[in-house]
Ligand binder design. Structure first.
Ligand code: CA
Length: 314
């Protein structure tokens, strides 16, 4: 069910302004007025749940400096190979590219290491709950289970753990300010139908080429795929590229019809990712892009690195 207005989901926190997934970025997102704050979740060696976008630690921390020998054969440093106590020593910095040096978004927060730390899912949710208490607001939790099949191969049932933790912290029904999201469609069905999760759930939709999950995302976007999804989830989280294209005639933005098709089977639509650095061609500003998607497509929510800029036009 739509909530009656367009939800602003702080993607990895207010990561347009502070290093992604730090508590600082989450507190700032809360202060800027986001409706929901996103957590990506991966598991450590000692089965702690931490908030981290990648199963790797090396793009956003100094893990290679502190633990130079702890990479796998592919040269990457995996959160699953470290205990939480070790991960707590890491400094988090602004995301870097494959060379480990260049900032992915050079105009964002300085990539010089600061006192930023990796936090656990529990710590982050407690922070948001504390801020909700002190501000009288009810900012929600929007957690993504990362790479569940990979985790299972590493002897981690991350989905079961996340659901249990959310339950412990008071999130267990659709009335609660909490969404659970995942790219892996088989896992989404398992979470709902086998593990009995009653939370609002969102099926993320990516590109098959990303290799994010053993899921045919192209099929999910068909009418039959959407109809089947509606038996399991409350909404979909597609890429912006699935929603809008440019007119052959005048180059103006045109709907691809996915939002209408999803609404027709009762699914809400929360697209990703609204960034000033990655405007869809045809738009001159983030505000203009948000306004068009709200007015023309009638999206129900959006993931953005800049929650204040989205809120300014909603
Ligand atoms: Ca995510």
């Amino acid at each position: 069910m739509p909530e009656g207005f367009t939800l602003v989901i702080a993607h990895r926190g207010a990561c347009g302004y502070l290093p992604e997934h730090t508590l600082e970025a989450k507190a700032y997102a809360h202060a800027l007025g986001a409706d929901y704050v996103e957590q990506d979740v991966v598991a450590t060696r000692d089965d702690e749940l931490i908030v981290m976008h990648d199963i790797h630690l090396d793009r956003v921390t100094n893990v290679a400096d502190l633990y130079p020998d702890r990479h796998r054969a592919d040269g990457r440093f995996y959160a699953r190979d470290f205990d939480l106590a070790e991960i707590r020593h890491l400094s988090v910095w602004e995301r870097r590219g494959e060379d480990g040096e260049t900032a992915v978004f050079p105009n964002r927060y300085s990539s010089v290491p600061g006192r930023f730390r990796v936090s656990t899912l529990r710590e982050e949710i407690r922070l948001i709950q504390g801020l909700n208490h002190s501000t009288g607001r009810n900012v929600g939790i929007y957690s993504e289970i990362k790479r569940p099949a990979w985790h299972r191969n590493e002897d981690s049932d991350i989905s079961r753990q996340v659901i249990q933790l959310l339950d412990d912290l008071g999130y267990r029904s659709k009335k609660d300010a909490c969404y659970l999201q995942c790219f892996d469609a088989a896992e989404v069905r398992r979470i709902r139908h086998d593990l009995g999760c009653q939370l609002k759930m969102v099926q993320l939709i990516g590109e098959n080429a990303w290799g994010e999950a053993d899921t045919d995302f192209d099929e999910l976007r068909t009418p039959a795929g959407l109809q089947r999804l509606a038996k399991t989830v409350d909404g979909i989280g597609p890429s912006l590229s699935h929603l809008v294209t440019l007119s052959d005639i005048d180059g103006s933005p045109v709907s691809l019809g996915l939002v209408t098709a999803a609404h027709a089977v009762g699914l809400t639509v929360h697209p990703y990712t609204f960034r000033v650095e990655q405007l869809v061609p045809g738009f001159d500003s983030l505000g203009e892009m948000v306004r068009w998607c709200v007015d023309e497509l009638q999206i129900d929510g959006l993931f953005t690195d800049f929650p204040d800029q989205a809120l300014a036009v909603i």
